[in-house]
Design a protein. Structure first.
Length: 407
């Protein structure tokens, strides 16, 4: 057992307890959290790390939706329009994937650690990022992605998917779990979705999918019209969408851990279905802005929890969660910055853990000991402001603990 203490401990328990001059006792799990004096008296013989003045301990950040295979993109892909971006992805996909070798992805994973991310939901289209993920101490839910809307290709695509997921599962460990990603309702045939979800149900795997990211997608799924009609005719000789949005969502019944990414064009009925599935929405605000998509209407979510994802460098200029949280504060400009900062950090911890089906995101007895330590530039005058100042002033973290180990 070890102890780490700081000026403030943000627990993210159900009461959002903040402990001034607090300490955490941990091994692989959090054992106890309390005041510095209480913990040291109760556990006098434990190894103790004490952070300096104006220090904050909190749960490690959880990036619930990230693509690593496109980490080579900087200035190649076309932004400002979803359809133009999609065509540029098709055009330059092989070039970018070829450049994103294991050392490059390893570097990005190290940057994630330095910026406070201790857990990721990695969407892997080809498993080219598998080696780098396995080498990193970051906790991973490695989502093997399935894609393909042509009926005559289902058997081949399903066989390839099963081979990739079987290979990934060979590496299952306490910090590497396998999940299933379904690319989107417009790009995966419903027969293939059903087969893949049967695996998820049988093996109790977390599942994620992009859903209604753009106006173009919505128009195609509901009306078989718009720029996607041109895209599907050109690439797949297809003139009708294979499923409607609600039909797609209905396929996810009885899946335990589900998240849907973006959902910026989801209407009331679709959001009600997402809520009934007990799903989480992965909010990727920078990606939505860069591609000129709509902004997620947080007021319309009702009781649907939302988590925070950076998406990939194919549609973002940073994978730092603190950069993403600052972007959220700016783009949701109508929100009270103090209250919303608290909501955002909960989304980046507690809700991220829910999205991925993990026992993380809280500094509370029995939860995984994933902890970050940061320093604020000055004293906190009003304790309610601490969540806001953590977001505003943190670029890099000073301490990272994953599974009870300093990394």
């Amino acid at each position: 057992m070890k102890i780490i203490s700081a000026s403030y401990v943000l627990t993210f328990d159900t009461d959002f307890s903040i402990i001034k001059d607090g300490a955490i006792v941990f091994d692989e799990k959090v054992i106890e959290v309390g005041s510095f004096d209480y913990i040291l008296e109760k556990y006098p013989d434990c190894e103790h790390t004490k952070l300096n003045e104006n220090s904050v301990l909190m749960p490690g950040l959880i990036n619930s939706h990230i693509h690593l295979e496109f980490s080579a993109n900087k200035t190649t892909l076309k932004y400002a329009n979803f359809y133009s971006w999609l065509n540029s992805v098709i055009r330059y996909r092989e070039k970018l994937i070829e450049k994103a070798k294991t050392p490059l992805i390893e570097l990005e994973l190290k940057k994630l650690l330095k910026t406070g991310t201790t857990t990721i939901g990695a969407i892997s289209s080809y498993s080219f990022d598998l080696e780098a993920c396995l080498k990193s101490p970051i906790n991973k839910v490695f989502f093997c992605e399935v894609i393909g809307s042509k009926a005559d290709m289902i058997d081949t695509l399903f066989a390839d998917f099963k081979a990739r997921i079987k290979d990934a599962q060979k590496h299952t460990s306490k910090n590497f779990k396998v999940g299933i990603a379904i690319h989107s309702p417009y790009s995966v045939h419903p027969f293939l979705v059903r087969e893949v979800l049967n695996i998820a149900k049988e093996q109790d795997l977390a599942v994620t999918s992009h859903f209604l990211e753009s106006k173009e997608e919505k128009e195609w799924l509901n009306k078989d019209e718009g720029s996607f009609l041109e895209f599907f005719k050109n690439f797949l000789n297809q003139e009708k969408a294979t499923s409607k949005p609600l039909e797609f969502l209905n396929l996810f019944k009885q899946v335990k851990n589900i998240s849907f990414t973006h959902c910026v064009e989801a209407d009331f009925e679709e959001l009600e279905k997402i809520k009934s599935l007990n799903a989480t929405i992965n909010h990727c605000v920078t990606s939505n802005r860069f591609l000129n998509n709509s902004r997620l209407n947080l007021e319309s979510l009702d009781e649907i929890p939302f988590s925070i994802g950076t998406d990939g460098l194919s549609s973002n200029n940073s994978l730092s969660m603190f950069d993403e949280l600052r972007a959220c504060l700016s783009i949701h400009y109508e929100k009270d910055i103090v209250k919303f900062s608290k909501t955002l950090l909960k989304s980046a911890t507690v809700n991220g853990a829910k999205a991925l089906g993990l026992n993380k995101g809280r500094l509370e007895s029995g939860f995984d000991a994933d902890i970050i330590g940061i320093y604020l530039p000055d004293n906190i005058e009003d304790i309610e402001d601490i969540y806001m100042h953590v977001i505003l002033h943190t670029k890099y973290v000073n301490s990272v603990i994953i599974g009870g180990k300093f990394v």
